[in-house]
Design a protein around this ligand. Structure first.
Ligand SMILES: [Mg+2]
Length: 353
């Protein structure tokens, strides 16, 4: 088949609901000359639309697509062509949407789910973890893993209260999910090395699995220095890193125990597979950012990285996103990937924008 149409869209986020509008996700639609349509999820907001609708469309129109290798070749061509303005950030977020749409398209054209294109179903049940601040609710739903967020205020007068809030969150998670559960903390770039070390001491009784994003992604040497000082807690990060080249810097710095590429930002499935390969070579683990969403879920279900898929749920009263229809819901803390072709979801066209 050949690529006949390609377009990027910015959804009507007010109608979609949920917490996602601030993430600026975009939708990419690719149609083949055989009438098959694939959809992908990318990033970069309205800034990435002209990259897809202009430059990438010029490069893709009429291009043949028959195999996973063809998708990889397209990825390389688009990445190379966008080097002057891309490499990281919006350019790669736009490329992610295209890549995912091509995987969806190939799956639908061949009648195969994406996990099958990736080698087959290794995990019919993927363990999910809930991100948010409502561990009582998470426990009621049957989750055995959760992650709370903690923001360091930076206010010296709040110094002790900042630590106390983290301890209270860890305590609540253990109280509701029990001693065997995985409990993680995400500080979204708000700690520093000294805070991470002190958190390691104060949270030790709660046996946390990882600390996430303790510093900005540019401070790799600093993160490498912290790693041994917070053991046995693991250091996680990478949701704001891009492609196998960006993760190569993390590898060279030996900065993280757990890499967390976001499939819809880091360059799609194609880049994520290369990142996973690099992680293997460097002894790092990969736990996909938002991996409980279908874009990462197929990779986990194919058994290619750690068996842990994130669902960002927030609080029981928070509205949930409703852009993609047919996405698997967690049952007893696990997700069963759909065997429908492609990623197995349909977009709600009314919210497409
Ligand atoms: Mg995070």
């Amino acid at each position: 088949m050949r690529i006949q149409q390609i377009s990027a869209h910015y959804p009507n986020w007010q109608a979609v609901g949920g917490w996602r509008p601030r993430l600026w996700q975009i939708v990419v639609r690719v149609e083949s000359d055989t009438g098959v349509v694939g959809y992908g999820y990318g990033g970069g907001g309205e800034a990435s639309l002209p990259i897809v609708n202009g430059h990438f469309r010029e490069l893709l129109m009429g291009r043949g697509l028959e195999s996973v290798d063809d998708i990889a070749a397209i990825w390389d061509d688009l990445y190379f062509a966008s080097i002057p303005y891309g490499r990281r950030g919006v350019g790669v977020m736009a490329l992610s949407g295209v890549d995912l749409a091509l995987w969806d398209l190939l799956g639908k054209a061949t009648g195969r789910p994406v996990y099958d294109l990736l080698g087959g179903l290794a995990r019919p049940q993927v363990r999910a973890y809930a991100s948010g601040g409502d561990p009582e609710w998470f426990a009621q739903m049957g989750f055995t893993a959760c992650k709370f967020s903690h923001k360091w205020t930076g206010d010296p007068a709040e110094y002790e209260r900042d630590y106390d809030r983290a301890v209270a969150s860890a305590e609540a998670a253990r109280q509701h999910l029990g001693d065997e559960a995985l409990v993680m903390a995400d500080c979204y770039l708000s700690w520093d090395a000294a805070v991470a070390e002190e958190m390691g001491r104060r949270l030790a009784p709660y046996n946390l699995y990882w600390f996430e994003d303790i510093l900005t992604p540019d401070l790799l040497a600093e993160q490498a220095a912290v790693r041994p000082r917070i053991k046995p807690v693991l250091l996680a990060g990478g949701e704001h890193e891009f492609t196998q080249y960006g993760f190569g810097e993390i590898a060279r710095a030996n900065a993280l125990d757990i890499w967390q590429p976001d499939v819809t930002w880091c360059g799609g499935v194609t880049a994520t597979l290369r990142i996973i390969e690099l992680a293997k070579q460097n002894g790092a683990r990969v736990v996909l950012h938002r991996g409980g969403e279908v874009w990462g879920l197929h990779i986990i279900a194919a058994g290619l990285c750690d068996n842990l898929g994130e669902l960002v749920l927030g609080h029981r009263d928070a509205s949930q996103e409703n852009l993609w229809l047919g996405a698997p819901q967690a049952v007893d803390g696990h997700l069963a990937v759909s065997d429908a072709p492609g990623f197995g979801v349909q977009i709600d066209e009314r919210r497409m924008g």
